[in-house]
Ligand binder design. Structure first.
Ligand SMILES: NC(=O)c1ccc[n+]([C@@H]2O[C@H](COP(=O)([O-])OP(=O)(O)OC[C@H]3O[C@@H](n4cnc5c(N)ncnc54)[C@H](O)[C@@H]3O)[C@@H](O)[C@H]2O)c1
Length: 384
């Protein structure tokens, strides 16, 4: 299958490109390299020293004999997006090419608008180019479990049956996102749903949990590593905790630390995305998959990092700090996850398994984390 990966240079995009190529797919990709610039902007960097795209492609070819094709450009440019889709005519587009940071979108008006324009316009450009050149193509779009927020009821996969004033319907489950970034994902969801309805496009909208881990079997040498961010803007809570443990800084859950989310290992994310790619929906079908392995509170994540760090002689301690975000710190959280298991997904890597690989890998790059330690503690506040 010919697969085009939007956001090929990113954390998931680079990993998925290699994974799919290894399974015999013909892989090409697009990126405007903005993630690298946006991380630089807040004076941080990836703990893993990632190579330029040119070096990555060469290193991959040297290691495997296989080629990945790459186009540098901005999905916000309609003519560029149209051109690459017309040229490659992919069977599947995996759309990872968005700005994925809640704190970044909360900095100020400029960062909010940049995130919203980038994510919403980029997706629309893809939809219009698909309609024009490849109406049969499957759009696999990365949304996030964060679209749903934390309702006090179970979370279905996209849709739910409702009875209201004596009438029944199946409707989109309410979205209650917690940042300007998460809102872009909700807007994308509705735009894609609409395009499937009016143009008979087909799409899988993935509500993905937080992905963790930094190594997959394809990363046979460090030239092929993917990025690992640990600062307050681009690093997830778990990434920050790992980095803090390594440099001897207290692990800092925000607030009471009861915020619970779905998490999955990088290698399981690759498995899930591949299952979705290889089992496309029908024409006109818009389907939603919730994608995670297990749910954990932020405190629980910190406890796991403390436990596994000890195995590597790191003496980590937990220090709950004031929460810079506006979010529930204790809440009900019970999302469904049935569609992917029905297609054959089996979670394979527990959080502990993955931490036993991630932590020693990061220890190799302790100096890089130490050099940017000032970027870890939160400065961006949700409320003014
Ligand atoms: N990593 C996670 O834990 C996670 C969890 C849930 C959802 N997601 C979603 O998955 C997607 C990928 O996440 P990631 O962690 O790999 O992010 P990432 O930032 O590492 O990758 C995104 C890539 O897209 C590129 N990009 C952004 N805007 C672009 C544009 N206008 N034109 C071309 N390229 C552009 C960036 O340069 C970057 O390389 C995001 O949409 C994110 O919201 C990620």
């Amino acid at each position: 299958m010919k697969v085009m990966i939007m956001g090929m240079d990113g954390y998931l995009g680079w990993t998925l490109s290699m994974y799919l190529s290894g399974r015999g797919h013909d892989v090409c990709g697009v990126d405007n390299m903005s993630r690298r610039r946006n991380v630089q902007e807040i004076e941080s960097w990836s703990a893993t020293p990632i190579k330029s795209m040119k070096e990555r492609l060469e290193a991959y070819k040297k290691a495997t004999g296989r080629e990945l094709r790459f186009y540098e450009g901005d999905l916000q440019e309609p003519s560029f997006t149209d051109l690459v889709i017309a040229k490659e005519k992919p069977d599947c587009i995996v759309h990872l090419g968005e700005i994925p940071s809640a704190p970044y979108s909360m900095i100020d008006l400029d960062h909010c608008n940049y995130t919203q324009m980038n994510n919403i316009i980029g997706t629309n450009n893809i939809l219009f180019a698909m309609k024009k050149h490849v109406p049969e193509c499957h759009l696999l779009k990365l949304g996030t479990m964060g679209e749903y927020g934390t309702p006090n009821v179970d979370i279905p996969e996209g849709f739910f049956e409702i009875e209201y004033r004596g009438r029944k319907d199946t409707l989109p489950f309410p979205r209650q996102p917690g940042s300007w970034y998460h809102l872009t994902k909700v807007h994308g969801t509705y735009n894609i749903m609409f395009a499937c309805k009016i143009w008979q496009l087909r799409s899988t909208d993935i509500m993905q949990g937080v992905v963790h881990g930094v190594v997959t079997d394809d990363m046979v040498n460090d030239d092929l590593l993917t990025r690992f961010d640990f600062d307050e803007v681009w690093g997830t809570a778990l990434n920050r905790f790992c980095a803090q443990a390594i440099i001897g800084h207290e692990l800092t859950p925000y607030g009471r630390g009861g915020q619970t989310r779905g998490y999955l290992a990088l290698r399981d994310s690759m498995q899930c995305l591949t299952i979705a790619i290889e089992n496309p929906p029908d024409a006109g079908e818009y389907r939603v998959f919730n994608q995670f392995d297990e749910c954990y509170s932020v405190n629980k994540l910190a406890e796991y990092v403390v436990k596994v760090s000890k195995e590597f002689d790191l003496d980590a301690k937990i220090w709950n700090i004031e929460n810079p975000r506006l979010e529930a710190e204790e809440h009900y959280y019970e999302p469904d996850m049935k569609h992917l298991p029905n297609l054959g997904f089996k979670p394979t890597y527990t959080l502990e398994d993955e931490l036993r690989i991630t932590i020693p890998k990061l220890v190799e790059y302790k100096d890089r984390i130490e050099a940017k330690r000032q970027s870890i503690m939160p400065k961006i506040k949700w409320t003014a």
